[in-house]
Ligand binder design. Structure first.
Ligand code: ACO
Length: 429
């Protein structure tokens, strides 16, 4: 039987090493015993941007990027998106199982109970300028929650963790909606007990006056589905930030704010906003070939295309494209859809994109749907952050109870000066 080991010969010394292979990986610290002389630090791996490094074991989300597979706790994303609610999926992410009917009722009740925010938090949001980006408000407000719940710092206590998880899942839609209304100068709408999670969020966003907000069920269902698709995506940039920051044992509000900050970037969750701005910039279908030419010449990127892991198709994008048809039937077609479809058509036939395995990702069409639903473009990253909070917290919890995890602290290859002596100010040139 083949041995589950890797044999290495160090040609500097002629020495041979046997390194165990477990789960298709070698433990990087095993390489430390490979030394040129006993004083050596030992061999390290160099992997900027973690192209080929597993930083943890995780049982939450499985992705096969070549086959376009995404599963939460073993369930294919397509099945969850078709049949579940976001809160059912959040339960699955935290507790490893889909809830029974009584468990779901209990879970929904707990989340609802935490949907209100303290008056002082409302005043904090008031303090932002009228044109503040809602994601900036969101990040700062989530961080500020740590000052309201100082007991949250006891992150090794399972009951404390459970409490903060419910609080965060419950409060993020309220914070998002308040950030949105603050910009418009509209009075805040508080959560209502008789509304579900998605209905409540929609009502806090769009309700006017005292009339009950009653959007078409197709739109509520579409938003629920979008939240499911965005709930987790294993070790992406923001989840790695959550794990990295959380590994210092800081409270979950501070760690979630850090994760949200990572999500804000245009290469990650900010891409949905960037796609819409790109479509605006293109302006007309006739300008698409010129735009693609510029992208190929290195003058900018085709936003919403490409993925670190998916090199075939993004299964979320497939669900979203179908969803777009259902939503546009209710709202009317987003006029930018024609530009997006033409961009996709040209890019998928073009050698540049084909050879680099660049396909539409989750953000390519999600923004068009959000816009058709009435969400302004700069709230898009916040719409990503609300459901991803479940994924961040599931990973945070998993990291804290994993005995193999310690404070995240990568190594570096030092490229600076060798030791040199201090030069007094009057002798410097
Ligand atoms: N448009 C044009 N060219 C691209 C694009 C794009 N969207 N994405 C990658 N490329 C090119 C790169 O320039 C590079 O070309 P080269 O080999 O000639 O240098 C090649 O494809 C490989 O790309 P990398 O940047 O090495 O791929 P990486 O895995 O590091 O990046 C990323 C992945 C960040 C998603 C990238 O594809 C990108 O910037 N896409 C646009 C932003 C976007 O849509 N982000 C959302 C991702 S999904 C999410 O986070 C929810």
């Amino acid at each position: 039987m083949a041995q589950e080991t890797l044999s290495i010969t160090d040609n500097r010394t002629g020495k041979q090493y046997e390194i165990p292979i477990t789960s298709g990986t070698i433990n990087a610290t095993e390489l430390r015993k490979i030394k040129e002389d006993p004083e050596d630090f030992g061999l390290m791996t160099y992997d900027p941007s973690f192209m080929n490094t597993a930083s943890c074991r995780s049982s939450i989300t499985y992705i096969d990027g070549d086959k376009g597979i995404l599963r939460y706790r073993g369930y294919p994303i397509e099945q969850l998106a078709d049949t579940c609610t976001y809160l059912e999926v959040a339960h699955l992410l935290f507790r490893n199982e889909l809830p029974t009917a009584p468990q779901l009722t209990d879970w929904e009740g707990q989340i609802k109970q935490h949907s209100f925010i303290h008056k002082n938090i409302e005043q904090l949001i008031e303090g932002f300028r009228y044109d503040a980006h809602p994601m900036g408000i969101f990040i700062s407000t989530v961080a500020a929650l740590s000052t309201f719940y100082p007991q949250a710092s006891k992150v090794l206590d399972p009951e404390v963790r459970r409490q903060q998880i419910r609080r965060l899942i419950g409060k993020v839609p309220t914070i998002a909606a308040f950030a949105f209304r603050h910009r418009l100068g509209m009075a805040y709408v508080y959560p209502e007990d008789d509304l579900g999670f998605i209905e409540n969020f929609s009502s806090m966003m769009f309700k006017r006056g005292t009339k009950k907000f009653n959007p078409p069920q197709t739109l509520i269902r579409a938003l629920d589905t979008l939240f499911i698709l965005h709930a987790d995506h294993e070790q992406n940039c923001s989840t790695s930030a959550m794990r990295g920051v959380g590994s210092s044992l800081v409270d979950p509000y501070s760690a979630t704010a850090a994760a949200a900050a990572a999500l804000y970037g245009p290469l990650h969750g900010g891409a949905n906003e960037a796609v819409l701005r790109m479509l605006d910039q293109i302006g007309d279908v006739k300008n698409v070939p010129d735009f693609v030419k510029k992208v190929k010449a290195g003058e900018g990127k085709l936003m919403g295309f490409g993925h670190r892991v998916y090199k075939n198709f993004d299964p979320r994008a497939t669900v979203i494209k179908r969803l777009a048809d259902e939503v546009f039937e209710v709202t009317g077609k987003n006029p930018k859809l024609t530009i997006a479809l033409e961009l996709e058509r040209i890019a998928l036939e073009d050698e540049y994109f084909m050879s680099r395995k660049l396909y539409p990702n989750v953000d390519f069409y999600s923004g068009l749907i959000y816009q058709a639903m009435g969400f302004p473009v700069d709230i898009f990253p916040v719409l990503f952050a609300i459901p991803r909070t479940a994924g961040w917290l599931a990973h945070w919890q998993e990291m804290l109870i994993d005995p193999e995890q310690k404070i995240a602290r990568p190594r570096q290859i030092y490229t600076g000066h060798d030791k040199r002596d201090f030069v007094p100010m009057n002798q410097r040139h």
